[in-house]
Design a protein around this ligand. Structure first.
Ligand SMILES: [Zn+2]
Length: 431
């Protein structure tokens, strides 16, 4: 890109910020809940988000379309219509009473980036496409990334047919039909997004942790998407016994057994983090005894807990799995209790594309925008990466986390993100 074109693109992005704010506000209004916003996957609210976004795209001269399952797209044609496209976007749905920017920021950023390129008169070498996906959040149907998975052809019909919305108890097909979507078409012909028709996928997303606030930087390029190893409903079985009458050697105390397990797993986590894998995280989200049976004067005979390891390194997840097996066996034998962990569920870590990461960094550097680098959590980008499309994630500073109405992303930080995104898309498209 020439210096003149680069400067024009920068100005166009800045000029488009009022439009971005307007899109965010209109979509917030269309999905307001008692607190925060609620945009269930395949609902009036996430369809309204798609409609508002695509209307804004059309007003900027972009072509728009929706696929058979309602993923929303805006296109800016390039000089070579047969060349694989550069795709950018994120999800339109939200959790219940969540924040407006989780997901939506990436879909809006992509549309604004395309509008900015069009306003400057730059003709990219290939098509640039902005995408708003449906159903990234797992809270609605129990699994994440449904829209992205259907778009890349990574979901079997049988798996789809079994999906039921957790609150309404209606099937996913019913909810799609309510939105007038022609579901069957998604399995006819080739997938919509493939490694053949798409050269790269870039996702801008708000950061969901506190690192950018701590590091005082507006942006980060994600190194990889963490995989995880989870036991959602672990139980330790022992015996309810008299608290004063039972000597230690005869106790089957499940709370002390579980807390020993958790303490030793935390020590393992520290060791992994300190030695070779700073991306490792460990969370015990649930820990409780049965209120119908527990009492101040009883040895606790049953204790429930969850285990959740995350890492960008498969060897860390393997190590955690082996440690859980060895520790539960050792503790059960010594303390005369029994652990039932159920099946482990989880996902593999997803590496992100080195060349794309470098380009995002270069464009931030060129604009003198401070840009950090660290691992991130699950995003649609992992689905595109697994479909063989080089993918990268650009994180934007956001105070107070996400999946809650308190999330805060400053529009000034968002603008920095769109600056980097637009320049990188143009660079990748060539001319
Ligand atoms: Zn998200």
């Amino acid at each position: 890109m020439t210096k003149v074109a680069d400067d024009a693109l920068r100005t166009a992005v800045t000029d488009l910020m009022p439009l971005a704010s307007e899109i965010f506000d209109d979509i917030r209004t269309a999905s307001l809940d008692d607190e925060g916003v609620t945009r269930p996957a395949w609902s009036e609210q996430d369809q309204a988000a798609a409609d508002i976004l695509l209307m804004a795209a059309r007003a900027e001269g972009l072509a728009t379309r929706q696929d058979a399952i309602g993923n929303a797209y805006a296109d800016l044609e390039g000089s070579d219509p047969t060349a694989p496209a550069i795709l950018s976007g994120s999800h339109l749905d939200s959790v219940a009473r969540g924040g407006n920017f989780d997901g939506l920021a990436g879909a809006v950023a992509a549309v604004i980036a395309l509008a900015a390129v069009r306003r400057t008169g730059i003709v990219p070498g290939c098509r640039l496409t902005a995408m708003g996906t449906r159903c990234e959040e797992s809270v609605w149907y129990g699994i994440a990334y449904v829209g992205a998975r259907l778009a890349v052809g990574a979901m079997e019909r049988s798996e789809f047919d079994n999906l039921v919305r957790l609150d309404s108890k209606h099937s996913i097909a019913d909810h799609m039909a309510d939105q007038g979507l022609r579901v069957d078409e998604i399995w006819q012909g080739d997938p919509i997004v493939t490694a053949t028709n798409t050269k790269a996928f870039l996702e801008l997303h708000i950061e969901q942790g506190p690192l950018l606030v701590e590091q005082d930087a507006p942006l980060a390029v994600a190194t990889a998407i963490r995989g995880n190893l989870r036991h959602g409903d672990g139980v330790c079985h022992g015996a309810y016994q008299h608290s004063a009458a039972t000597p230690r050697r005869l106790r089957q105390d499940t709370v002390l057994a579980v807390t020993e397990l958790l303490g030793r797993l935390e020590a393992l986590w520290h060791e992994i983090e300190d030695s070779d894998d700073p991306s490792a995280v460990f969370t015990v989200g649930k820990l409780f005894t049965d209120p119908d049976h527990h009492a101040l004067t009883k040895v606790p005979g049953e204790c429930h807990f969850s285990l959740n390891f995350g890492s960008t390194e498969q060897h860390t997840l393997d190590r955690a799995r082996d440690a859980i097996a060895a520790l539960t066996e050792d503790i059960a034998r010594r303390r005369n209790v029994r652990f039932v962990l159920g099946d482990a569920v989880g996902s593999s870590p997803t590496p992100l594309d080195l060349a794309l990461r470098a380009k995002l960094h270069d464009n931030a550097d060129r604009r003198a925008i401070p840009c950090q680098e660290f691992a991130t959590v699950g995003h649609d980008a992992s689905i595109f990466a697994r479909a063989g499309i080089p993918a990268a994630v650009l994180l934007v500073r956001n105070a107070d986390g996400s999946h809650n109405p308190d999330e805060k992303m400053a529009m000034a930080d968002f603008e920095q993100g769109v600056q980097v995104l637009a320049a990188t898309m143009v660079e990748l498209a060539g001319s």
